[in-house]
Design a protein around this ligand. Structure first.
Ligand SMILES: NC(=O)c1ccc[n+]([C@@H]2O[C@H](COP(=O)([O-])OP(=O)(O)OC[C@H]3O[C@@H](n4cnc5c(N)ncnc54)[C@H](OP(=O)(O)O)[C@@H]3O)[C@@H](O)[C@H]2O)c1
Length: 338
């Protein structure tokens, strides 16, 4: 019997990200991310004549969270932090102050999008934080997204526009924000930017089982990340394992229910009781619950106290019983249309 081994060729993450302080990250010295999967024959089992070729078996390597390093290794070969800052709804100085506050508090993953209209400010905040010695280039992980419609119709132009607005050398992760009639072509354009070293990892946002099943056979690169809505009232319990079993990391947006809905969720009696038992806040319980499900969290906040609190997720853990109690809160209640 043929035994096949799927080995992910992982490029080392230590290429030159730094440049000099105050200088954008140098794209020329960064090799393209190698997302190639290699299936290797490692031998014949006893009794196998070797004459009959058999179908190759693929072993998908599921991403594992490293709670010590607070990172996960993506299928693209790059490490991504487990908790970040969402920047949806931030504009102007609020974007700059929130990102710098997050970086000062040890947050290293910043999530933005072309549609948020704040990429310029996010890039400015990052450059200022570097100049002020708050953070090093090599520690920052920036995600952005291109939007359906006009942006995905002309994807190369839109991707370059994101890079230009951010002006931080390259982007760590770029996502297609939603499915679109031109999404396969847009994804291929992102693959081209990976080849050129201008993007490190690529992925999808608001893709579910049906969409992934249709989309994945049409592209060469396995998405590193799928970012979907995952608060306790909308848990996607059938979708998350489907995505994770493909070796893709799941990231949750609206972890706290989204603006206008956080009050009810944070005040939920089950979550409040669990928070009390651990001496933490409801927000910390929800974020920790996500992490223990293998879901990366990107809560949005412009409040420095909340930003700091949302990083303090590693000194306690939820029991199986507590995980199950939060699991039982699912009521399929989505807080956005996509
Ligand atoms: N891919 C997509 O389609 C998509 C869609 C939506 C969002 N996203 C991403 O997901 C991120 C998160 O979503 P979101 O920011 O809209 O919603 P969220 O993270 O669920 O909730 C943000 C709200 O929670 C409050 N909050 C944050 N931390 C708190 C804490 N420790 N205690 C009490 N309240 C707290 C914030 O208020 P304060 O500012 O007062 O702390 C804000 O009102 C976005 O910023 C964006 O990056 C992606």
């Amino acid at each position: 019997m043929l035994v096949s081994l799927l080995a992910f060729l992982i490029t080392e993450c230590g290429q030159n990200r730094a440049g000099e302080t105050g200088r954008a990250r140098d794209i020329e010295t960064i090799p393209a991310t190698d997302t190639v999967k290699s299936v290797q024959e490692i031998g014949n089992a006893p009794g196998d004549t070797g004459s009959e070729p058999e179908a190759e078996e693929e072993t998908i390597v599921k991403a594992v969270f490293d709670f010590e390093r607070r990172t996960v290794m993506l299928i693209s070969g790059y490490e991504m932090p487990l908790n970040g800052l969402g920047t949806y709804s931030f504009h102007g100085d609020e974007s700059i102050d929130s990102v710098k506050s997050a970086l000062s508090n040890g947050v290293r993953l910043i999530d933005t999008a072309s549609a948020y209209g704040n990429e310029k400010e996010i890039g400015q905040a990052i450059r200022e934080a570097i100049n002020e010695g708050i953070v090093q280039w090599e520690d920052i992980f920036v995600t952005t997204k291109i939007y359906p419609g006009n942006e995905m119709e002309y994807p190369a132009r839109s991707i370059q526009a994101c890079l230009d607005r951010l002006d931080i050398g390259y982007v760590d992760l770029m996502l297609l924000h939603h499915p679109d009639p031109n999404d396969v072509e847009a994804y291929k354009a992102m693959e081209q930017f990976v080849e050129e070293g201008k993007i490190r990892s690529i992925g999808l946002s608001n893709w579910y089982v049906e969409e992934l099943t249709e989309f994945l056979p049409q592209v060469d690169t396995v998405p590193a990340v799928v970012q979907n809505e995952i608060p306790p009232y909308y848990q996607e319990n059938d979708i998350i394992p489907f995505i994770q079993d493909l070796g893709i990391v799941v990231q949750g947006w609206y972890p706290l229910g989204g603006r206008g809905h956080t009050g009810e969720l944070l005040g939920d009696s089950v979550i409040s009781e669990i928070a009390g038992a651990h001496g933490v806040s409801s927000a910390q319980v929800i974020l920790r619950w996500n992490l223990q499900k293998g879901v990366v969290v990107i809560p949005g906040s412009s409040n420095p106290d909340h930003i700091r609190e949302n990083t303090e997720l590693y000194h306690f853990s939820l029991t199986e019983g507590e995980m199950a109690r939060i699991g039982a809160l699912d009521r399929g209640e989505k807080h956005d249309w996509y």
